[in-house]
Ligand binder design. Structure first.
Ligand SMILES: Cc1cc2nc3c(=O)[nH]c(=O)nc-3n(C[C@H](O)[C@H](O)[C@H](O)COP(=O)(O)OP(=O)(O)OC[C@H]3O[C@@H](n4cnc5c(N)ncnc54)[C@H](O)[C@@H]3O)c2cc1C
Length: 409
């Protein structure tokens, strides 16, 4: 029955789950999305949306809505954290559009989530279940059955497959892919949003700033049409700090002792500073088992040193829909075509994510070099120059799924 069902179940209504719902619906499926939260949070932090991810949002026709509240920074300015001296400036803005055909955006996470959620609600082929926690899922010959806890009672749903987009601490990964628990990266992120009207005139609101220091770095960029500046500072942290919490400005200032005045005056604001332990999911041998498949952070949470976690989830969504969509018109009584589609998705995405993982590890080492070698790095970046540093990211930002675009038309 269900192997020929057009229904796909998705656990998790984060950026990956919502994008997957839209992509799968466009590919011809009916989709049920289960999100354990009662609604979409209006608080949150920033996200960089590079052209590779934006290309998928553009195919879904929601890039304009995303751009409405986003900012396209003119450049990424690399700065030495202690001296405050400029290292180099990587051109974005018009340079990104010229190079990649699309802008490099920075957004408030909640704004992106709202755009995705509103597109999902407008789509008659998608049902969004809020306050609905996927407790269990079983793959069988006819597809998949999920047990969902809603309003104090459990219900069963069946479908062709279940996409586990339930984040780094995925329940489905734990149940069906034992031995692949997330590991602490040894780092934590401080995050805060500073209202623009409280910033001094000297603070830059046009670019993304990245400060580099031994064992730490920080990033700041404007969001919500420049009405806020999003600040993220990454420092070493003990593995036993496993929950996010709210900290004071004083603690934040202590964590970034000795950094330059521009950065310290930025963090010397009495805003809600949150402290997030950073987890990652180690490389897995495959992301599908029977009719269960992992996507986004559930499959490959990576530390944010290349700002690509959500982008990889968005790419996953399109590639999964591409391969599954091609099974729709096949008589697939045994489920062989679906299995092959999931295997293709897994192979294709694992190769891409592995390369992003390598970039992430390299960035962590380069950004956090100790002082004497850090000075050599700064000189090296200056000599290479911002334009060539951008060019080195072509493989990442030029990624497109022309096949998915063709299949949608
Ligand atoms: C400091 C920091 C900065 C970052 N910056 C960037 C950046 O600039 N660019 C970028 O691309 N990425 C960035 N990332 C990574 C990005 O935030 C994540 O990769 C992305 O949010 C993952 O999305 P997801 O939908 O896969 O998972 P999640 O966002 O974790 O969503 C999972 C969803 O599933 C729900 N859920 C969980 N369990 C269940 C269940 N059992 N049943 C139902 N629902 C469930 C959760 O409530 C949640 O809504 C950053 C990450 C950090 C920590």
């Amino acid at each position: 029955m269900a192997m020929n069902s057009r229904t796909i179940l998705i656990a998790g209504g984060g950026i990956t789950g919502l994008t997957a719902a839209l992509c799968l619906s466009r590919a011809g499926f009916r989709v049920d999305v289960f999100e354990r939260a009662e609604g979409f949070e209006t608080v949150g932090a920033g996200l960089q949306i590079s052209p590779n991810a934006l290309s998928i949002l553009a195919m879904l026709g929601i890039d304009r809505a995303v751009k409405n509240s986003a900012v396209a920074p003119a450049a990424i300015r690399m700065i030495s954290a202690f001296s405050g001296k400029a290292i180099t400036s990587i051109p974005l803005g018009a340079a990104a559009i010229e190079r990649y055909g699309l802008p490099y955006l920075v957004v408030h996470r909640a704004d992106l989530q709202q755009v995705l959620a509103s597109a999902v609600r407008d789509d008659p082929d998608i049902t969004l279940h809020l306050d609905a926690r996927v407790e269990d899922a079983v793959s069988h010959a006819n597809g998949v059955t999920a047990l969902v806890g809603q309003a104090g009672r459990n219900s069963e749903y069946t479908g062709r497959i279940l996409v586990a987009a339930d984040g780094v601490h995925s329940v489905i990964r734990k149940l069906a892919f034992a031995g692949h628990d997330p590991v602490h990266t040894g780092y934590a992120a401080w995050r805060g949003l500073i209202p623009g009207e409280t910033l001094s005139g000297a603070q830059d609101r046009e670019t993304t700033r990245v400060w580099l220091a031994p064992d730490a770095h920080a990033v700041a960029y404007p969001v919500r049409n420049g009405r806020y500046v999003n600040v993220v500072g990454i420092v070493k942290a003990k593995a036993d700090e496993d929950a996010s919490d709210v900290r004071s400005t004083r603690e934040m200032l202590n964590a970034f002792e000795g950094w330059n005045d521009e950065f310290r005056s930025l963090i010397n604001h009495k805003v809600r500073w949150t402290h997030w332990p950073l987890w990652q999911v180690p490389k897995m041998p495959q992301w599908h088992r029977g009719n269960l498949v992992l996507a986004g952070d559930a499959a490959h949470a990576i530390s944010p040193f290349a700002a690509q976690g959500a982008a990889m989830g968005i790419e996953d969504a399109a590639i999964l829909a591409l391969h599954l969509g091609r099974t729709l018109n096949i008589q697939d009584e045994e489920g062989g075509a679906v299995g092959e589609a999931l295997a293709k998705y897994s192979r294709e995405r694992m190769a891409r994510v592995a390369r992003v993982r390598r970039l992430t590890s390299a960035n962590r080492i380069i950004y956090h070099l100790p002082k004497p070698i850090g000075m050599v790095r700064d000189l090296g970046m200056k000599i290479i120059g911002g334009k060539r540093l951008l060019k080195r990211q072509d493989w990442l930002y030029q990624w497109r799924s022309e096949e998915f675009r063709r299949d949608l038309n």
